[in-house]
Structures are given as structure tokens and as C-alpha cells.
Design a binder for this molecule. Structure first.
Ligand SMILES: Cc1cc2nc3c(=O)[nH]c(=O)nc-3n(C[C@H](O)[C@H](O)[C@H](O)COP(=O)(O)OP(=O)(O)OC[C@H]3O[C@@H](n4cnc5c(N)ncnc54)[C@H](O)[C@@H]3O)c2cc1C
Length: 349
């Protein structure tokens, strides 16, 4: 089964350990341009060499998973599965102020969130964030929203137009009309000058100097627009896993499936796509080998939490003290009845 194709060299390095495993082939430097169904029900994925467009790699597979950031929607559309027709995508970009002066970067090691200004949607929640860009420690401040019709940071300006189809054009227009707060927020953000962005930073770092900071386009996010039979086009703020009725094609759409949420998303994907296999003892054993806490609630099992914490800290080489469990009484019932959580626009990167 193909895992995927990754065009960037850095990805190639990251997946070297997978390639070393028996039965896993990792292809990099290829762009998938076609996903078609074979007569026997399997899928044919065709990818073109990004340096030499005449070289094509073709893979036949029983199951295809599409994880391609903002490009996941167009690839899902290529498959032609009916489920893809419910979705459209609205691209939003994120820009940060970056300081890479070592003497300033060295003084901060944190991700510190502030509060959105009065009247602003929470998508504007600003934060100072220590990051390592190309091996160099920097501080980011943002995000400031930007807009482009691209679905990937290095995508094409035609991405939005190409992904707009007869079945998603009306829902997309409906969202534009209904989500006034988002449209207003975007318009205000786009109008911000560099001086105004520096002024926002000075709420957090009053001594910040213009010369020490530069603007950097961090990435694109494609917010999902889903066609609801009753409400019409609805802007979906989270991450959405779309699976075809027969489980043979799946895709990850939407916001931030980053480090914080991707393991949980992938486990639930396995349960949907390989429903029968996941119930077998062999798969259960393997999944628990990989994720010892699988199927258990850490907040009900302090001992397991302590073990998992220690293993994770060791693997990731994190020098973080474990949480104190003194006096902890595990509870199996929630203390309050969860109410309806109001969803708000969010583009926190
Ligand atoms: C500045 C910044 C800070 C962030 N901080 C956090 C954080 O603290 N925590 C967190 O959880 N998330 C964070 N995120 C979000 C997180 O980085 C993304 O959610 C995550 O990278 C998405 O992973 P992905 O693999 O789905 O997509 P991407 O990382 O976008 O990767 C998609 C890949 O697919 C490739 N691709 C696209 N089309 C094709 C094609 N046709 N054929 C082959 N390959 C293709 C692309 O080239 C790309 O390499 C941050 C994002 C930014 C920009």
C-alpha cells in the first residue's frame, strides 16, 4: 500500500526510517496529478517527477489516504467519490513578524498567547512563539491574516478557481454572505500596515525595534466549507476526515492537523478505514505495541499517565517534570454536564 509522495527533500529525510522497514516504499519528489478507479475496484495513483515531468510513477492500491495540506481537497475531488462533492475550501494565509537576532531569541523560550482585542474574533489571538527555522532559533509574533487564492504556500493562484465546482460554488458563496465577522476581520487585517503590526507587537514587547523584525508568510490553511442539506454552506473550523462509503479513499481536510491532533486523527481513521482488521487480536496487539495507551483514558489512570509521560519525555528528549499525582482521585464521571460549546473562527497556527 502506498504511504504517499512527498515533494520536499526534508520530508525524504524524515521518512528514511519508514523506508527501512520491510514492505514500506516511500517516494519523494513526485506530485500526484491523477487518482482513478481501476475496473477491479482498486485505485490508480499517478505521480509526476517534480524535476522531470516526463517521469511518471504509477501505483495501484486498495486503499488511498490523501494528506496533502491545502491540496487535499483538489486531490479528493480528483478521485471523483460522491462524498467530495459536499466540500469547498476557503484559503486563509498566516503571516508573522520574525526576530532572528540571537541575543533577543536567546532570551525567550516559550509559546505565550495573549487575548484577542475587544470586538475581534478569537482567530486573531496573538502569540509570541519560539521556533527553529532552518536550524536557527527565532521568535515569531502573530498571526496576521493574509489572503491569497492559493491552497498551498507554494501553490497556484488558480487553486481556488480550479477547486470550485458546480456542487460547491453556491455553498462557498453562502459562507461569504453569512460569515460577516470573518470577512470584516480579514478586510481589517489586510489593511494593516507594517507599522500597525509592529504596534501590535509592542503590546507584548514594548522595547521591540523595527530593525529587528521582518514579516514572514508562514503558511496557508484551507478552511472547509461543507454543504449542509438544511443550512446550505457552513464554514467548518476544525479538521475533517472524509471517508468514501466503501472505505477505500480517505482524506484529511481543514485546519491544523499538526502535532497536537494528528495521532488521534490517524487512530480514528484506522478504525473507520480498516474497521474489520482493527477488531482482530493481531491488529489490537500491534496498535497497543505502538500506542500503549490506546483505548484507555489517561485521566482515569494516573499510573498509565506517569508511564506514558516518562516514555514520551525520554523519546522526545524533553526535560519536563512529570505532573504531580499526589492526592489525585481518579473520577470516571464528569463533574459537570458539558454544555454546547460555541464554535468560533480560529486560525491559530
Ligand atoms: C507557523 C506555523 C506554526 C504552526 N504551529 C503548529 C503547532 O504549534 N501545533 C500544531 O499542531 N500545528 C501547528 N501548525 C499547523 C501544522 O503545521 C499543520 O497543521 C501541519 O503541517 C499539516 O500537516 P499536513 O501533512 O496535513 O500538511 P502540510 O504540512 O501542508 O504538508 C502537505 C504536503 O503535501 C504535499 N503535496 C501537496 N499536494 C501534493 C501532490 N499533489 N502530490 C504530492 N504531494 C503533495 C505538499 O508539498 C506538502 O509537502 C503550524 C503551522 C504554521 C504555518
Amino acid at each position: 500500500m502506498p504511504i504517499g509522495v512527498f515533494p520536499q527533500n526534508r520530508r525524504r529525510l524524515r521518512y528514511t526510517h519508514l523506508a527501512a522497514k520491510a514492505g514500506v516504499k516511500v517516494s519523494t519528489g513526485y506530485e500526484v496529478r491523477s487518482i482513478t478507479r481501476n475496473e477491479d475496484g482498486t485505485w490508480r495513483v499517478s505521480a509526476f517527477d517534480t524535476r522531470d515531468g516526463t517521469k511518471i510513477q504509477t501505483v495501484d492500491a486498495a486503499k488511498v489516504f490523501i494528506g496533502a495540506g491545502g491540496a487535499a481537497l483538489p486531490l479528493l475531488q480528483l478521485s471523483g467519490i460522491p462524498e467530495a462533492k459536499q466540500y469547498g475550501g476557503f484559503p486563509v494565509g498566516g503571516e508573522f513578524l520574525v526576530c532572528d537576532k540571537p541575543e533577543i531569541a536567546a532570551r525567550h523560550l516559550a509559546k505565550v498567547y495573549g487575548l484577542a482585542d475587544t470586538g475581534s474574533p478569537p482567530m486573531s489571538v496573538p502569540h509570541l512563539d519560539t521556533r527553529v527555522l532552518d536550524g536557527k532559533k527565532v521568535i515569531l509574533f502573530g498571526p496576521f491574516a493574509t489572503w491569497s487564492s492559493k491552497y498551498l504556500k507554494n501553490g497556484s493562484y488558480f487553486d481556488l478557481v480550479k477547486a470550485t465546482t458546480p456542487s460547491n460554488i453556491v455553498p462557498q458563496l453562502q459562507v461569504g454572505a453569512h460569515e460577516f465577522a470573518l470577512v470584516k476581520y480579514l478586510a481589517e487585517q489586510l489593511a494593516l500596515s507594517r507599522d500597525e503590526k509592529m504596534a501590535a507587537l509592542r503590546h507584548y514587547m514594548p522595547e521591540a525595534k523595527d530593525a529587528d523584525w521582518r514579516l514572514w508568510e508562514a503558511g496557508q490553511r484551507v478552511q472547509i466549507i461543507k454543504n449542509d442539506p438544511e443550512k446550505g454552506g457552513v464554514l467548518k473550523l476544525g479538521t475533517e476526515v472524509v471517508v468514501s462509503a466503501d472505505g477505500s479513499v480517505s482524506a484529511l481536510l481543514g485546519a491544523s492537523p499538526g502535532g497536537s491532533t494528528s495521532p488521534a486523527i490517524m487512530l480514528s481513521l484506522l478504525e473507520r478505514v480498516f474497521a474489520d482488521q482493527m477488531k482482530t487480536p493481531a491488529w489490537q496487539q500491534k496498535i497497543r505495541e505502538i500506542v500503549p495507551s490506546y483505548g484507555k483514558k489517561l485521566n482515569e489512570n494516573p499510573q498509565l499517565l506517569a508511564t506514558e509521560w516518562a516514555t514520551t519525555a525520554e523519546t522526545l528528549q524533553l526535560a519536563i517534570a512529570p505532573p504531580s499525582l499526589d492526592g489525585f482521585v481518579p473520577s470516571t464521571a464528569p463533574t459537570t454536564t458539558p454544555g454546547v460549546v460555541k464554535k468560533v473562527p480560529d486560525m491559530a497556527l
